[in-house]
Structure formats: structure tokens, C-alpha cells
Design a protein around this ligand. Sequence first.
Ligand code: ADP
Length: 637
Amino acid sequence: MTTTQETHAFQAEAKELLNLVIHSLYSNKEIFLRELISNASDACDKLRFEALTEPGLLAGDEELAIELEADPDAKTLTVIDNGIGMSLEEVRTNLGTIARSGTKAFASQLAEAKADPESLPRLIGQFGVGFYSVFMVADRVVVETRRAGSDEGVRWESEGAGEYTIEECALAHRGTRITLHLKPAEEGDETYQDFTQEYVLKKVVKDWSDFVEYPVRMQVERYEGEGDERKKEVKTETLNSMRPLWTRPKSDISEEEYTEFYRHISHDWNDPLSHVHFKAEGVHSYTALCFLPKQRGHELFDPSHLESKVALYVQRVHITSECAELLPSWLRFVHGVVDSDDLPLNVSRETLQHNRQLAQIQKRLVKKLLDEMGRQLKQDREQYVAFWGEFGQVLKEGVWHEDGYRDEVAELCLFPSSVTLAEGADEQQHGFTTLAEYVGRMPEGQDKIWFLSGNEQGSLQSSPHLERAKGQEVLFFSEIDEIALSKLGEFQGHELVALDKGEVELDDEAKQDLEAAGERLGALTEAVAAKLDGKVESVRLSARLTDSPACLVPGENSLPPQLEAMLRAQGQPVPESKQVLELNPGHPLVQKLDDSKDSEDFGETCELLFGQALLAEGSPLPDPARFAKLVAKRLLG
Ligand code: ADP
């Protein structure tokens, strides 16, 4: 065996993370142990899973366990597991880079977080510090590991200062052994804990890792007997209760235990919003425990991470941590576990697809989660509004999907509206309305649900299009609302209608008025169209305006503005489309325009009118400098 030692530098992002961990995290240092135990437990899971098809891997060492060895004199703490271990190649890729998929996302958020140190704990909580957290408490770390099925061991060592070494070595046992050379207490550090002390380790394991499914053991010294008989004995103690939380009756589980479990599976440092825990018995029997988080993680919109974050167990054996079949992607913010009693233990990840049993579990789980969100909405509006702010955009995808939950998800959607944002609005609503509340407020005679889309709430609130609603409530759509909601079409029998789309339906009188105006102003619309040629699709008279002189409405081939913005952001071609300029025939400015259509500065007036219509809908001007000049000229008279 070669014993050459290689020295490597940490990947740039890993180095940054290390620095942060060492210098910025002062509280909760003890979570390093949770991270190590959780890695050890994952390693045991992996081995148990691989051994289902290759029993030889267990090789006479069947009982998987995690051990802590503390040496108060040498000031070392060692965490040992007999799980899957790592090959040389795995050590190289795992301990030197940021393992979780977030490397790129992390690097970009790190830059932001540096400017705002208070957000660092949140950032790190979101990404999970993982293995690197050992450097919060240790100034030298040695990892010795041997992969199951291999004879060769690997030794990795680092002082966390930018470099690490790797060498091959002989190891007697399969699995991983991580030795931390603990830092001494710094002067004035009141939070210092001695992680070689039994009572400290016991408490940390109890607090953070109690339900880990493998025993976490430690040798403890006890004095047995009385008087002269009294002598020191060394005993092995198991520090965790090991009972998977979800298998216990609900009435036995405290909120703290649920929270601890949530943090364990989600790597989130925050409390969850709430949980759903139930046991299904009957044709299929399984237990599910799922959590609604309070804050979103960085992966929510990562295109490579749009699948369910619910883990699948079969009879307490961990099969996979992210089982895509258990929840639709629009519930990807939910964390949890499902433990089935009847799936075959050796079920492969491939056979999980199209599994009818999983489809049925999914159905029940989605229903329970939607009910829970409905309950939250009713019970604590303010909290639900905050939840919606974090996850609404993802949940809304459920209205768009064809998987049968459209109406239920629509019930859970919140929108700001001309009523909820108005001065003196009901504070209980916290600025948002549900569709059902909107319908409940509809006055007699209103049969449509009006909405207006745009990216800026401020300009929606003062949009000239609101005039068309004639005082009726208008929902303000943003982001992907219009695309998602376009599939809904109607709610409780009321059609959802975009205020700025299409022609306005008119009664007979209004029709006659418009026709008369058309005869009177036909020449004007043609003249304006000629001056704005290339800028607008056409010019016509409007029946939707009362106070504003003009507005822009989407042309025949226009896409919703959000879709356009999304396509542009993705670098996709956006079909060329122009808007239609509508003029208000009753407005004095339009009358004045008609009178001046033969004058010299008519072209400039048309430009000004077009520019102010753009400003009114919150769109940028194509040439702001020229617009400013024209305004200045008019002001001078
Ligand atoms: P994460 O656990 O979030 O992936 P870590 O930084 O904690 O990130 O660990 C990096 C990787 O190193 C893990 O994904 C795993 O592949 C490997 N690893 C860490 N600890 C162990 C262990 N005790 N046994 C086997 N592999 C391990």
C-alpha cells in the first residue's frame, strides 16, 4: 500500500464556509455533535440499504452503532461509526468541498450576507454547516475511514486553515472515526463547554439527537458498591432513546421533540410552523409525519431540486431521503417522513416510480397538508400571511398543475386587492384577501372577479385600468399569479377577468355613445396611430376609462407581463408584441388633442400621451430624456 501524503487546498466556497463557521458562530457550538452524529447515522442508513442487495458488506459486524470516546487529558473527542465509510475518492470529494447541492447558491448568498452579519446565522442554518462545524470546537481534526467492502483505509487531517492532507492507511474496521482535538477555552468565553465531560455529551445528545435510530454509546465510569467494597467500573451507556419519533403515540410527544425532529430532518434552525402526524390503517398501513416550515430554504427555486423532501422508510428502514413520489413538487417545502409497513423492504428506487401504493399515500398526505394549511389560515391570519410570503409562490403552482388539487389550493391563495390595501382596510386581513372572502364581499350585480397584473403593487393601485371596475374590488396579481390562475378560470361560479384584457362589454346606451364618439373622433385615432406608428399595435377609443385620458392594453398576441419577464430572465426569445393605446373620448385632453391634430406639435403631444400611459402602468419609458425635454417645453408654454 502506498503511504504518500497529498496536501490539498479547500475549494474556495468551502474555505469561506469554514471561515464563517470559525469566526462568526458563537452560539450553539454544540450542534457540531448533532452534525457528526447525523452523518454517522446517514452512513449506517447507507450501509443498511446497500446490504439489502449485498449482505456480504456487513461482514460479521451486523449491529450498526455510533460511539463517542472522550479523553479529558488529551482533550480529544472521537465519534466512531461502523457505517458505509468512504473510499479515497469519496474523501476527496466530500471533505474539501461543500457537499450539498447548494455550492453555487451558497457562494452568491454569502456575498450578500457578509454585508449584513446579522443574517449569517440564518444563512448557515439554511445551508447546514455539516461536517465543517467541527472547526467551531476543534483546531485539528482527523478522519479515518474505510469503505464497506474495501480493505484500504484513508486518513484525512486538517487544521481548518485552508489546507488538508490525505493519505492511505491500514484500518482494522469498516466505517469512520473522527477525532477532534478540542480548542481550549478562550478568555472570557462564558459559553465554553468541555466536550470531554460525560454530563455535557449526555445533554447534547439528548437535546439534538435523541431519536437517531442507531445507539449512540459511550463508556462511563461508575462507582459501584458501598464502603470498602466500593470500586470503579467502566460501563457502556446508550445516550439516546432511539425510538423513531413517528412510531410513538402523538399524545406522548412534546412540542420540543417535534421541533427537534424537524430540525434534524430539515437542517433548518428555525421552529416549524406546524406538523401533520397520522397513522393510516386498512388496505395499506403506514405512518406519516410532515412539517410545514416557517422560513424557506435556498433550494426552493433551484431547478435541480424541485422534488418532494419527504423521506421514505419501510418498516423503520430508511430507503430514500427525498422520495419524489410522496408529494407533488408544489409541496416541496414540506419536510417529513413516511414509514410504510407493506412495501417490500428491498424496494429499489426505480420500482418506486409508478407505485400505486405510493400514489395513494400521496393523495392522503396532500389532503392532510392542505387541511392543515386551511386550519392555519383560519386560526392565525398574521402567521399565515407570513407563511404565504415564504411559500405562496410555490403553493400557487398547485393551481396550475393538472393533478386534481386546483380548487383546494385556490382556496388557500392570498392576494392583495384594491380593498385590502385601501386606507382604513380591515386590519384583520393583514393586506390580503382569499378568493372566498372576495366573493363574500361582492355587491349585488357583480358577477365577475376582477384582477389586474403587474410587478409593482404601487402602480397597480393607481392604474387607470381600475376605472373599468367602477368601484368594484380588484385583485392585484403579481409574479406568476396570472399564469397559475389562468388554469382556474373561475371560482365559485364567478369568472376571473383581467381588467386590462380585451374589449369591454357594454350596455346599449354605452354602445351608442361609443359609436357616436367613434364618428366624431375617427380621424383623431387614425392621426394618433400614424404618429405612434411602430410604438403601438393600434389606437382605439375606450369605454373602460372615466378619469384618465389614455391607457395601454395588451395587444392580440401579448403575453402576460410576468410571463414575458420570466422568459426574458431565462434568456428565451420573447415574441415581439405591442400594446393597444386606448383614448378616453370623454376626457377634455382628448377633445383638445382632436382640436390640435393639424398643429405642428401634434406629434409631440401624441408622444407625451403615450409616455404618460406607460408611466401610469408602471412601465419604463423608451427614451426618458426625450420625454423630460418634451414635458419641460410644455411647462414653459
Ligand atoms: P452533508 O451531510 O450535508 O452532505 P457534510 O459536510 O456533513 O454534508 O458531509 C459531507 C459528506 O461527507 C456527506 O454527504 C457524506 O457523503 C460524507 N460523510 C460525512 N461523514 C461521514 C461518515 N461518518 N461516514 C461516511 N460518509 C460521511
